[in-house]
Design a protein around this ligand. Structure first.
Ligand SMILES: Nc1nc2c(ncn2[C@@H]2O[C@H](COP(=O)(O)OP(=O)(O)OP(=O)(O)O)[C@@H](O)[C@H]2O)c(=O)[nH]1
Ligand SMILES: [Mg+2]
Length: 287
């Protein structure tokens, strides 16, 4: 399936609109299809950040250096799948002790606005959560907490460990308790999830949660970067919905422009829902 075919179908659905409106919408759709999601990763050394990213994301990896004028440069990895790109930003801080608060506050002020989401890993058997708690409440500004998704990692290390590669009922109960604890400590915006890369447990639910937490424009371009087993129906439906809704919102924005002639506004409103359903239908041509 090609972009061209998708464009043809879309252009047709927009043909009742004045040229400047349809070209603006097509341009918007074009930029949506090229959007590069940027995901931050946090957590103490050894939390399992690299392992989780390897398990979830596919693609050729290249290192990019950050040109931002910042005291510390986070590691940036660019992932490529075909013509699609996404960036993983390895954010330093949690667990690196003392006297760097000002530095980290500056780093996070710099980075957070440019991130679509931050995956914050806490190892299942990590009990020293005061550092994470401090960091979340003091360094991550309240406005950005909606960008944080907490993930309990290495769930197979929850008590009582067996080492047989499967999570026992007791371990799952302890994970549930840990999830409750994290909800009390952090009061997170999004529900906490739990994974074990080793036991291949919880990853699909986590991927679905991640897509739900992403801003609307980032979910569709993210799908191509997920390894195949995680491109579930749920994820594709969410991405498709988001794609339709962003285009719908763009049409609403045009029709809300103050100087727009009333008949044009009427036409835009009349075709809005049809355009959204066409956009949803051609999702597969683009993603
Ligand atoms: N048992 C178990 N071990 C894991 C799991 N995920 C990662 N590990 C191990 O934990 C260790 C640390 O994992 P990494 O993925 O390197 O952790 P990291 O957060 O990237 O560490 P730094 O890059 O040093 O900050 C490695 O030995 C992994 O093999 C898991 O789900 N279960
Ligand atoms: Mg690592």
């Amino acid at each position: 399936m090609s972009h061209d075919e998708g464009h043809k179908i879309l252009t047709h659905s927009l043909s009742g609109l004045p040229d400047w409106v349809s070209s603006q919408i097509l341009c918007h759709i074009n930029s949506l299809t090229k959007y590069e999601p940027t995901i931050g990763i946090m957590g103490k050394t050894g939390a399992g950040k690299s392992s989780l990213c390897n398990a979830l994301f596919a693609g050729e990896v290249s290192l990019v250096s950050d040109v931002a004028a910042c005291t510390r440069e986070p590691l940036r990895l660019r992932l490529q799948v075909g013509e699609r790109y996404m960036t993983l930003v390895d954010l330093p801080g949690v667990g690196e002790s003392q006297n760097r608060d000002v530095e980290y506050a500056a780093l996070y002020r710099e980075q957070l606005p440019r991130l679509d989401l931050v995956l914050w890993l806490i190892k299942a058997d990590d009990r020293a959560l005061a550092v994470d708690e401090y960091f979340y409440h003091q360094v991550i500004g309240e406005a950005y907490r909606r960008k944080v998704l907490f993930i309990i990692s290495q769930a197979d290390k929850a008590e009582p460990t067996s080492g047989n590669g499967q999570l026992s009922t007791e371990q799952k109960q302890n994970i549930s308790r840990k999830i409750c604890l994290l909800h009390e400590l952090f009061r997170p915006v999004h529900p906490v999830c739990a994974v074990s890369v080793r036991a291949k447990w919880g990853l699909r639910v986590m991927a679905e949660r991640m897509i739900k937490c992403l801003p609307r424009e980032a979910s569709s371009p993210m799908v191509a970067h997920l390894r195949y087993p995680f491109r579930t129906q749920t994820i594709q439906e969410k991405a498709r919905d988001d794609f339709g809704e962003t285009v719908g919102a763009a049409l609403d924005a045009v029709s809300a422009l103050p100087l727009i002639p009333a008949p044009v506004r009427t036409v835009i409103r009349a075709v809005r829902d049809t355009v959204v359903s066409v956009v949803r239908a051609v999702w597969n041509f683009f993603f």
